[in-house]
Design a protein around this ligand. Sequence first.
Ligand code: HDD
Length: 737
Amino acid sequence: MSHIVPESIKQAVMGGHGGSQAKATQLAANTVEPTKDTRITSDWGTKQNNTDDWLKVTNEDHTGPMLLEDGFGREKIHRFDHERIPERVVHARGAGAFGTFRLHESIPELSSAGVLNDTSRETPVFLRFSTVLGSRGSADTVRDVRGFALKMYTDEGNWDIVGNNIPVFFIQDAMKFPDVIHAGKPEPHNEVPQAQSAHNNFWDFMYMHSEATHMYMWAMSDRTIPRSYRMMQGFGVNTYTLTNDKGERHFVKFHFTPELGVHSLVWDEALKLAGQDPDFHRKDLYEAIESGCFPKWKFGVQVLPESREHEFDFDILDATKVWPEDLVPVRYIGELELNRNVDEYFTQTEQVAFCTGHVVPGIGFSDDPLLQGRNFSYFDTQLSRLGINWQELPINKPVCPVMNFNRDGAMRHTISKGKVNYWPNRFEAQPPASVAEGAYIDYPAKIEGMKQRTRSAKFKEHISQAQLFYNSLSEIEKSHVLAAFGFELDHCDEAVVYERLSGRLADIDLGLAQSVSEMVGGPKIEKSNRPNHGRKAPGLSQMDFLPKKPTIASRRIAILIADGYDPIAFSAFVGGIKGAGALPFVIGARRAPVYAAGEDASNSKGVTPDHHFEGQRSTMFDAILIPGGEKSIKTLSSMGRALHYVREAFGHLKTIGATGEAIDLVNKAIQLDDIQLSSSHTLESYGVVTLRDVKPEGLGDVLNVAKDAKGFLEKFVYNVSQHRCWQRELDGLSTQV
Ligand code: HDD
């Protein structure tokens, strides 16, 4: 009877190799783009003649009552009334993009997954970044964990890795998730604060749940104020499993490490940006992809055979623990690249729906109790956001065929042909797949035990890795953790909250606890209940992730000018920055032509700044450059906003480059005296690169970046590649903003 199974159904079961364009091609079938001949129609397709005036009974003055009869008018308002769907209960604010996953090293000994075996494949992906606590309209740069949710449209089905930029989580068991989120979201009585963990309920919860200690140490580090989504790590967080063709199983953790390094904003900058440019991260991602600077991450796995499960002093299924990289190294086997912006935010970034339960053959789950609960929650939440047929939405649809007897439900799109909708059936139509045909096989794990609500002994140890994390940070990072606790607990006005939490910190580090407690008005802390074990591990400090080859690709550099600027330095700056793959932005007093020394409207078109000083503040740039020019510098020196620009950039530890007279402007703005600038600490050691006499050869060759570079531009580029000049902060010079 097999002859009656249609060819399309056979293909559906067998699958087929789609390629990197498979998703784009599929989406194109659902994409509309108006041409100049396109005319507005109603939703039922009738061309409309007037979309501005409701149908009325009019008198001579053309006024009069409106008619309910107007189907066009009613449709327009009705559609508008229902535009909103529920925002995500967490991770409501986000931004996403399309890209490609490539495998460099096949791992058949670990997994039979096609996407982890076939190095010739280019798997299309969608990645959505997010903050956790804020509403859809909240600001990008708030202190918060960032979501890193990846959907791989593989030939064998969608594989979702729904991760974060921090490798651990607040809780161990999914049953606690509603509690931790309720505690972090705005408080119930007054719905305050928005997108912040700095409030009583959050820190009350943190104290009450010592399992959260490790995670909140990460949350108080610079990880939660990233410079860019492109400069964050991504972690699968939970422990998954890989199964090979022989049916052998390994435990695995997934890692994504950004090519540009792991970098953060400084706190003052993050606070200002939340007001000055709430879309800072969203725009940064969009701008980088539009300018061809495609963000890339190395994809790595940490793998443990089943036989090693109980080898460690932590439980490898506990999501509040990392697998320290000195014990279990990361093996990098692939690469993720984002290379296409969305065409429409709502239908793509808003309607994308991830599920930790979406895995493909060769990949499975572990008994991690957080993961198991997540596998229920994501499916469930999509029902209230998107409805039962959410997997048919273009952004969610797999690129391989989907064929089954799940039917009907609101807004069903697929038209399924055939006389039967169940299996087995008299036609033998749509049988389940065999292993040879690529079916997903559940790992036959042997289970026995007591049915009870409990946790393993190792799950009850909560402090050791919090210490490990804190010990592994650089001095600068540690000082930021202290400042973050200072800010957060200052926003808690109930003494019991900040007093207890300060006390708990003594379990991690006595010095930290004492400093925090003193700052926020907590108790005098004399001793620690848990002496710090002093151990460190690699891969925890973000300083471990500076790119090996210095790069300033996609960095935003502001060039400040006024009439009379030095044209030689200016041209070299623009050319040099572009040559190094960064983005130059000219900033002037207004968006109207500015003329170089020796030029005016009669002999030149001038340069029209991209922005003026009020429009884009220094916070929106990674570094600033100022060409000399007597008249230009005189003007800029007399402008409070220009001086503030330089002072603020200096305070935010950004590289500043100045030539000729501009050096005087920098000195006036940052006001470092001779004591601060001793022989060991020159302006240059504080990341201020200067060149008094401008000759083209002195400007240097930016493509040859090295620490000992001689040319002005080489030095500037090297400094920018190091992200920030921490020496300023170590010497207490960053507070003058
Ligand atoms: Fe979750 C969304 C990451 C634990 C329940 N989660 C969501 C998103 C990310 C994460 C990145 C946004 C997805 C998107 O962009 O659409 N969640 C995590 C990580 C966790 C975690 C890394 C710990 C390892 N989550 C977690 C638990 C539960 C949930 C324990 C419930 C038991 N998460 C949800 C959710 C969301 C969600 C309520 C909201 C919107 C959505 O799922 O699609 O179901």
